[in-house]
Design a protein around this ligand. Sequence first.
Ligand code: TEU
Ligand code: CA
Length: 570
Amino acid sequence: MAVSHVSKAADWKQSVVYQIYPRSFCDSNGDGIGDLPGITSKLDYLQALGVDVVWLSPVYRSPNDDNGYDISDYRAIMDEFGSMADFDTMLEGMHARGIRLMMDLVVNHTSDEHPWFQQARQSRDNPYHDYYIWRDMPTDGSLPNNWEAAFSGSVWEPNPATGEYYLHMFSKKQPDLNWENPKVRQEVYALMRFWLDKGVDGFRMDVINMISKPAGLPDAPVIRGGHLQPSFGMVTNGPRLLEFLREMKAQALDGYDTITVGEAPLATIQQGVDITNAQTGALNMLFQFEHMDLDAIPGDGRGKWALRPLALTDLKASMSRWQNALWQTGWNSLYLSNHDQPRPVSRWGDDGVHRVASAKMLATFLHGLQGTPYVYQGEELGMTNARFACIEDYRDIETLNMYREAVQDRHEAPAEVLARIYVKSRDNARTPMQWDATTHGGFTTGTPWMQTNPNHAEVNAAQARDDADSVWHYYRRLIALRKQLPVLVEGRYALLQPEDPNVYAYTRALGGEVLLVVCNFTPHEQAFVLPAHVAFETQELLIANYAVNAADSVRACTLRPFEARMHVLR
Ligand code: TEU
Ligand code: CA
């Protein structure tokens, strides 16, 4: 192996993480479903990109109600993805290339097909009953509270055998575990140690800030009359959250060299600091959602589907609050993209004529910030949202349930509902990875489980690697810069021109060095003037998405559509 720089836990602040959504990454056997041997066949690709860590979305045995986020056996590999031997080969291949592996840990809930739940639902005195969360089912059919589940409908599902409801924050095939039960916690720590003992390097923890439920499960505030109410806010900061996470750290993580990130919808800054503080917290970093929520109307019962355009000043304010608050108190995760979010180039860039420029601009913006950057598969190619003609082409449970409720129950026009899906569906990110220009983008020789984006003929990895100006080579250079410049890792963040609605510019300062990042978020030319207080003698252009004339001034320039520049000032 040419390079072998196995990162140690101490390096996670310098690391770049690459997320693989296995179902859509690479299919090795022609059944149309991505698999572990497929991933193994692409490890050289990841090494060439220069990423340090892979976060692998769930590969455990699952009935796939929510594509593996509903686990029926935490110690087995999903049949469609391969065998445990395939897993071991993949892990060895990663380690041989200096790449560490973070598994997805989904322990807020299991599948309803998990043996624990199969037992638990049989009778109230079954030893597993208390592994889940139950409420009596009144004969009048009333519900224990007004909570709406993430994938539509009530969080309460009847279980006739015991005359009870069980709680599910997501689909009814994802019953929530009862973390108040110490046996549940011990089961979780044991399965974590099982994977750590196999040699995995850490975990991305699914909705981990939802594991502690408030006493009594009281009603959620009513924001739309006569309906179920959004309920995440009731459970994302429960009374025992930090206690559980510290216990998990002590019993399952300490003693191993791990990298950890918790997914935390609705996380507050205080929660970010509490959980990621190196001395008193429990995890290395969190995925907070504030920036992902900025293009939805706040307080609207339709949640993420209540579309509104992003105001750049909101993005600046939000990112800056997190950058400043976690400075030396915690650590940020940096992401614009994952398997739950639309493609950033379609969302906040331009997936038409400025696709390449805007994909690079968004990358510059993100990778210049303080924190650990995450790259979601295909982001490094500037992959775009999908626009399938009909709902039958979509696969995501959240999308399908939302469509059914809107069209069948509320009689909304299908075209209008589809228009929202084009903007926000999770399937936008889940179309197969585009490896080359052949049929199905080289993802499979069979029929893919979800259609490939028709633009795979132009947008694909083979093209990108051959083109020195591609989004891919730009990501490779950004990732390499992180390894060369301490100011990128350690530099203190400062926002410039908070009121400018078009250009996001900021500095990062360390010792005598200042990193300057300037990003035009619009398809128009924009004037940029560097505030006078930013003083320097020499400047070096580190990376830019247009050819920058050496005579151009850092002090004042005109930025082209979606232009981005990163300088170091000394
Ligand atoms: O997501 C949790 C979450 O809060 C959201 O991102 C969620 O997907 C939301 O509905 C998006 O609109 C995690 C996983 O990342 C997601 O794929 C799972 O479906 C979910 O947990 C349940 O395990
Ligand atoms: Ca396959």
